[in-house]
Design a protein around this ligand. Structure first.
Ligand code: ATP
Length: 578
């Protein structure tokens, strides 16, 4: 496919504000795409040249891209930057420059594969003079394309395609294009949950059909989407619903999925991001403590002092999520990883084994003494015993318990009653925080106008529909510093119309792409006609009462915000203050 034709599809995708038409446009595009190109097209739509977890970045700074534009269209870099500042988007600046330039190439014969290759070359450039080499490659590439292509191309090295297309939408479109409709998305999704690689799913579907996709197994080196917890209010309800359970502590650190392949170890965050380089002590521990050639472990890493049995608070542990000064940080605050599951061992996928079997394999695979610590397990069928364990965990300064169904398989990407988290206050008022996505801001009056925001419109994620639905407006509790931070980040992702995957009847002054996740504490979840979260023909939506910002969840993608299903559950179990 010619890149210029592909760019026309990107143009249409950018212009729509309806999710259904996103699927339609994408599936039209996919129908025209041959097997040899489908993988590349899928990555490019995500603004990448490899799956998300592969740390290949085409990263270029704005100034650098501006220099490329100046170079190719015969302009001055300062003027390009001015134009960019005026238009607020380098893509638009690029389009303007190309359109008014005699250097625009209208009948480019470059196809998607050619462009993909040049972008890969840019990404792989390293060593001395990288910045200049990348600029040169990008200029040369821009010099061979039309204005619309240039607009979309420059957004790739800047890491923002402005398309706002989520993974489920791509899966819907792949299913529609190849299997007739989106009813079979779930089957594609299951394979995606095991491999986290949309390009691979697409390529396999094109080459080997649905059967081929269903046969895709987990791979060492590709993160598996994490299984997550549902909530229940108290120990009685847990036993009532789940009968006999395996009980583990809920450690309050961060999730690390450890992949060992011979003497190579890689680690991924819950977000599927590569974090191998951050934790050298976990690498050496894996190599020395794991008795298997290949393995995938699910763990929670945190700072822990085995002598005093002290768990350090999350605020301490989280200091280890850093890109620089790794060795010093590791020396100052060494981590332990509590290993609570094993998903793969020596060529065998273990997802479908029951939990009890996986735990047995785990205990036989990880030597107990060291930095990796197999988590403690208790089998319990009595609410009183469960309550004692909960009290015990709280007294140790932990968050609570994770209770798991004994016979359950590992459901990659699932959040259901196979795993339930039990926290101290689950039974009381709403103390669990909610992770919301900022959808836009409403300009205020008075003192805060300087920061351009009076309130934030925030939403949660509707998994089934792959949509962000509004749940609250938040105005209080933000410091001036936080407003400034939000403003700085939000202004980079402002959009001119409601993003296609946002569903809200409230119209903020400024829409932004749903990307920034914040942790919010509220007194209560109520019903409200204003919001679209959980709203159906018969029922009102959900809203938050007295919401306030607790923190920025930079570790979460928008799709990992609290889901409507979780809100529903929280609504059901919350204690209503009399
Ligand atoms: P939170 O904000 O509490 O981390 P969450 O949405 O990120 O919530 P939950 O589904 O509520 O995740 O809880 C699961 C998380 O708890 C896991 O992602 C993991 O990081 C952590 N965890 C700690 N101990 C365990 C354990 N024994 N088994 C499974 N997960 C555990």
């Amino acid at each position: 496919m010619l890149f210029s034709e592909f760019a026309q599809y990107l143009e249409k995708l950018e212009a729509t504000s309806s999710r259904l038409s996103l699927i339609e446009i994408l599936s039209d595009l996919f129908k025209k795409t041959p097997a040899s190109e489908i993988e590349k097209i899928v990555y490019l739509i995500q603004g990448r040249i490899a799956p998300f977890f592969t740390p290949i970045e085409i990263g270029m700074a704005e100034k650098s891209v501006a220099a490329s534009l100046a170079n190719v269209y015969g302009s001055r870099k300062e003027d390009v930057i001015k134009l960019y500042q005026k238009l607020g988007d380098m893509g638009l600046a690029s389009y303007e420059l190309a359109r008014n330039s005699k250097f625009e190439t209208r009948n480019s014969k470059l196809d998607v594969g050619d462009v993909f290759e040049i972008l890969t070359q840019i990404a792989k450039t390293s060593g001395e003079g990288t910045v200049e080499k990348r600029q040169k490659l990008l200029s040369e590439l821009l010099g061979r394309v039309d204005a619309v292509s240039a607009k979309h191309l420059v957004r790739v090295p800047l890491g923002n395609t402005r398309l706002g297309i989520g993974d489920p939408t791509i899966l819907d479109a792949l299913a529609t294009a190849k299997l007739g409709d989106k009813s079979q998305r779930k089957l594609l999704e299951a394979a995606y949950n095991r491999t986290s690689d949309l390009g691979l799913i697409a390529k396999t579907l094109w080459e080997k059909g649905l059967k081929g996709v269903q046969k895709l197994e987990v791979r060492v080196g590709s993160p598996i989407r994490s299984e997550l917890c549902e909530r229940l209010p108290n120990a009685e309800k847990v036993i009532e619903k789940m009968r006999e359970v395996d009980v583990q502590y809920k450690y309050d650190g961060f999730r690390v999925q450890i992949h060992k392949d011979g003497d190579k170890v890689r680690m991924f965050s819950r977000n599927l991001e590569e974090m191998t380089h951050m934790f050298p002590e976990l690498i050496s521990a894996t190599l020395s403590q794991v008795k298997a050639k290949t393995v995938i472990l699910d763990t929670e890493a945190l700072a822990y002092n085995p002598a005093s049995e002290e768990f350090l608070p999350f605020q301490e542990t989280t200091k280890r999520r850093r890109k620089h000064g790794i060795e010093e940080a590791a020396a100052r605050l060494p981590l332990k990883a509590f290993v609570f599951d094993i998903l793969y061992k020596d060529g065998k996928q273990l997802l479908d084994e029951p939990l009890t079997k996986r735990i047995e394999i785990l205990k036989n695979t990880v030597k107990a003494d060291g930095v990796l610590i197999p988590s403690e397990n208790h089998t319990v069928k009595d609410p009183k015993a469960l309550q004692l364990l909960l009290d015990d965990s709280i007294s140790k300064g932990l968050e609570g318990l994770v209770v798991k169904r004994l016979e359950s398989p590992y459901e990659a990407g699932g959040r259901n009653f196979n795993w339930v988290k039990l926290k101290r206050h689950s039974d009381g008022e709403l103390t669990d925080t909610i992770d919301c996505v900022i959808l836009g801001y409403i300009t205020g009056r008075g003192k805060r106008v300087e920061f351009g925001a009076g309130a934030l419109l925030v939403g949660v994620y509707d998994k089934d529909k792959d949509e962000f639905v509004s749940i609250s407006r938040i105005g209080t509790g933000l410091t001036d510093e936080e407003w400034r931070e939000i403003h700085k980040r939000a202004d980079k992702i402002k959009v001119s119309h409601k993003p296609a995957r946002v569903n809200s009847t409230i119209e903020p002054s400024v829409w932004i792409e749903p990307k920034i996740v914040i942790e919010v504490l509220a007194d209560e979840i109520t019903r409200s006609p204003l919001h679209t979260a959980g709203k159906t023909e018969k029922e009102l939506g959900f809203a938050l009462r007295f919401p306030r910002l607790v923190s920025f969840r930079n570790d979460k993608k928008a799709e990992e915000a609290t889901s409507v299903d979780e809100i529903k559950r929280l609504f059901e179990i919350q204690y209503k203050k009399k």
